[in-house]
Design a protein around this ligand. Structure first.
Ligand code: NDP
Ligand code: ZN
Length: 353
């Protein structure tokens, strides 16, 4: 029997959200049905559903920071049982056979992974995301949420957590490293906590000092405002070993490369819709590394969840109901979220739309 679920969706990029009922696929033998308790709002949801990346299929439900409880499992599922605390991130399937999948890098599946939303699914339909009451997911893409992390605090780890965990791990950020996290939104606030847990000396580069007190609570040593000093990039030249950029809109990459020490690394995770360029001299001088990073594999995502549990790290959230999502989107775009909006899915039963 297909699974009927309420979802929050848009019928076009400028339409408001509406509650609708859709059917998820009849669970297969290797599927897990999840009763969603909390769904985080990632800026990628906004880029996608406002069609800034130009690839949205409407009507569309987004959401790839999902936390909940297993409601049913297919016959072949031995890894999970009813009642388990689980999460789903940005992917719900991949080929499982290519070199990348075999190496646990499903996000780079050579045959194209199946995204949690807006992606052609194995049955030819378009996947619908986590702003919903239920979801049906292949068991290999279900994560375990450790005891001790609440669902609403855990949900954002499934995208914001893994996306910042991977570059910090890959470039071996460690005790004493001078790290800058650029942009203190959903990703940035996870990056600060994870880098601080690794013992790095963390500086937040925000446009203003508005979030400086909160940055300190997250573990940052200091905040610097990039937009308040016309000579900012000159004055802080060569200070950092590693820069993690989470900026969601276009900016001057060369400015930030200047802030790196020679041979320093800038890892970009933010995905502004526009193309951005650099002068090669900003990269060549000092032999700097400019690199990108895209979420992370399933194994790494479990590792990140366990790391966060061990270090008592969770997202700092503002909990909202299904009626509040349009307004929340505007606040995210204005940089006015502390630090992740999370939809309480219980509010599907008392919404006004
Ligand atoms: P948020 O909106 O929560 O945070 C982005 C931050 O960027 C803002 O808080 C703001 O920080 C800063 N910012 C926004 N506009 C500008 C601007 N014009 N100039 C300078 N700084 C700016 O978004 P998320 O953290 O959810 O996502 C960030 C980006 O990462 C998005 O583009 C998203 O699509 C992408 N993403 C990439 C992933 C990947 O795998 N690579 C995974 C998930 C998301 P402040 O107010 O402190 O200045
Ligand atoms: Zn995301």
């Amino acid at each position: 029997m297909p699974i009927s679920t309420k979802v929050l969706r848009k019928t076009g990029p400028t339409e408001p959200f509406e509650v609708a009922t859709i059917e998820r696929r009849d669970p297969r033998a290797d599927d897990v049905v999840i009763d969603i308790k909390a769904a985080g709002i990632c800026h990628s949801d906004i880029h996608t559903i406002r069609n800034e990346w130009g690839e949205a299929h409407f009507p569309l439900t987004v959401g790839h920071e999902i936390a909940g409880v297993v409601e049913a499992v297919g016959d072949e599922v031995t890894e999970f049982k009813v009642g388990d605390r689980v999460g789903v991130g940005c992917m719900v399937n991949s080929c499982g056979e290519c070199e990348q999948c075999r190496n646990g890098q499903e996000q780079d599946c050579l045959n194209g992974n199946v995204g949690t939303y807006n992606s052609p699914d194995v049955d030819g339909t378009i996947t619908q995301g986590g702003y919903a009451q239920k979801v049906v997911v292949n068991k290999n893409f279900v994560l375990r949420i450790p005891e001790g992390i609440d669902f609403d605090v855990a949900a954002p780890l499934l995208c914001a957590g893994i996306t910042t965990y991977v570059p910090l791990a890959r470039w071996d950020v460690k005790e004493g490293d001078k790290v800058a996290v650029v942009g203190l939104g959903g990703l940035g606030h996870m990056g600060v906590q994870i880098a601080a847990a690794k013992g790095a000396e963390v500086t937040v580069l925000s446009r203003s000092m508005r979030k400086a007190d909160e940055a300190k609570k997250l573990g940052a040593d200091r905040t610097l405002a990039t937009a308040e000093d016309p000579d900012f990039f000159k004055n802080h030249r060569g200070e950092f070993d590693f820069i993690l950029s989470t900026i969601s809109a276009s900016y001057d990459l060369g400015d930030y490369l200047k802030l790196l020490k020679p041979r320093g690394v800038m890892s970009v995770v933010g995905l502004p819709p526009e193309q951005m360029g650099i002068y090669m001299r900003h990269l060549v001088g000092g032999g700097k590394v400019l690199t990108g990073s895209n979420i992370g594999g399933i194994r790494e995502t479990q590792e990140m969840l366990d790391f966060c549990a061990k270090h008592k790290i969770g997202a700092v959230i503002e909990k909202i109901g299904v009626d509040d999502v349009d307004e929340a989107y505007d606040r995210v775009v204005e940089g006015d979220v502390r630090f992740r909006f999370v939809i309480d899915t219980e509010t599907f039963d008392k919404h006004n739309r």
